[in-house]
Design a protein around this ligand. Structure first.
Ligand SMILES: [Zn+2]
Length: 446
């Protein structure tokens, strides 16, 4: 396993990070290795405003230890602690007389590792869906999944520049919300698996002692309504807060077990898409189960969805995606999506934990640390997924789910990030889930 410095200390890699700052703040800085190779020099208009000590020992992803350093920066209240590799120097930073900030911890390597997801590239412990899970991540091991650690470093560094040049520097993009819904099972009572699905849901609910859910499922057959047809409810809520929802459809089937049982040309799907389009909401690509490593299939599914959308009156190009089951291969999937004409992907979150998988709430173009090339795909990290709260995190009370969600939303607001929420149309059967969703959206838009 290569050391972290081996990956990071390259001109192209440092230049990628400089561009990252430019994209976020609209300010061109440069990050270079100093001549003695002991520090990075961060410059604005050729003047150094910060120096960063380079990791004082050769460490790999596996032996890295990460701790929090107190920031004590009164003018940056949301950044009270900064996470970085543990080093022999216990101090975070000190200032020289000429206002150059000396950062004693290698935040450059830390930011690059977090954003590029180097730890995922080197991990072979995957779950049943071949996904990287939070347990193995630095953020869970060192307890910072609920903190946008990269954004905090970026704000801290730009604050140093701000005080040096006496100019306020803020992110160009202000806080926003991206609301999306993966259409895995559009209707409970249609599709070729409807009978199996119905009995499995009822029995499953009874087994899990979810009596309210079982009651709703039974009532739906008697009263002839579909408990998964919550599209109007979802659109109403988005419209009330002046937002557009993105509905992600699965255009093809690459796994009988895990994929959807609908086709884009089904009458009910056609009518549903027409309704979404006529109300001005957006259509996104939900790549089927076995797409994430397959260029050909991604292209095919994007084309299928684009041509259906056009037929149903969609005037825009399909440019956003999310992978079904959040399957993601670090760098490979992003490159394949970018080659298919996708501009924005919204997959990158842990299935099993809400929070910040890559330490950020802001969209960014990732870096392939091997070829050292920027991937031309904007990643909008996923922060909150419905089923994560009760399914994976096993929270029991809606009030606890709300507290956890609020804490993530607050962190996104503080850094002017874009909050990315995924709520499935099929996860609103129980009244409390509808109420929780409404409460989360209202809080996010407050
Ligand atoms: Zn899905």
């Amino acid at each position: 396993m290569k050391s972290i410095s081996n990956y990071v200390n390259h001109r192209e890699t440092l230049s990628w990070l400089s561009n990252y700052f430019q994209e976020i703040y609209g300010v061109q800085i440069t990050i270079d290795l100093s001549t003695n190779k002991q520090t990075y020099e961060i410059k604005y208009k050729s003047n150094i405003f910060a120096r960063v000590s380079i990791l004082d020992k050769e460490i790999t992803i596996n032996d890295a230890e990460i701790i929090a350093y107190e920031s004590n920066e009164p003018n940056l209240p949301h950044v009270n602690r900064l996470y970085c590799f543990k080093s022999s120097n216990e101090e975070l930073a000190s200032k020289e007389d000429d206002k150059v900030l000396n950062i004693h911890q290698d935040c450059i390597a830390f930011m690059i590792c977090m954003l590029s997801r180097l730890e995922e590239q080197e991990c072979d412990q995957l779950d049943v869906h071949e996904r990287y899970i939070s347990n193995d991540s630095w953020s869970e091991r060192f307890n910072f999944t609920s903190i946008p650690v990269v954004d905090h470093w970026a704000d801290y560094i730009m604050h140093a520049l701000s005080s040096k040049i006496n100019e306020k520097i803020e992110p160009i993009k202000k806080y926003g919300v991206h609301i999306s819904h993966d259409v895995d099972v559009p209707f409970h009572l249609s599709g070729k698996n409807k009978v199996k699905r119905y009995f499995r849901s009822v029995l499953g609910s009874l087994y899990r002692r979810e009596f309210h859910r079982a009651e709703q499922l039974l009532k739906s057959v008697v009263n002839k309504y579909d408990v998964f047809d919550t599209f109007d409810f979802l659109m109403n809520i988005s419209e009330k807060v002046n937002e557009k929802s993105t509905f992600n459809f699965i255009p093809d089937n690459t796994s009988d077990r895990w994929d959807a049982d609908y086709r884009l040309e089904d009458t009910k799907i056609r009518d549903l898409m027409k309704k979404i389009i006529s109300r001005g909401h957006k259509i996104g690509l939900h790549c089927s189960y076995n797409c994430y490593q397959n260029d050909y299939q991604i292209n095919l599914e994007r084309d299928l969805l684009q041509s259906s959308c056009q037929k149903y009156g969609y005037k825009e190009n399909v440019i956003s995606s999310r992978m079904h089951y959040l399957r993601w291969e670090s760098w490979g999937t992003a490159k394949k999506l970018s080659n298919s004409g996708i501009a924005l992907d919204t997959t990158l979150g842990f299935a099993d934990k809400i929070g910040f998988r890559s330490g950020t709430a802001r969209p960014y173009c990732p870096l392939d640390l091997i070829s050292k090339k920027t991937i031309k795909l904007k990643i909008l990290p996923l922060h909150i997924m419905d089923v994560t709260l009760w399914g994976y995190m096993k929270l029991k009370k809606p009030s606890d789910m709300m507290i956890k969600s609020k804490s993530i939303i607050d962190r996104v607001k503080e850094v002017n990030g874009t909050l990315n929420i995924l709520w499935h149309n099929s996860d609103l059967v129980e009244k409390w889930k509808k109420e929780l969703y409404q409460e989360i959206i209202h809080y996010a838009k407050k």
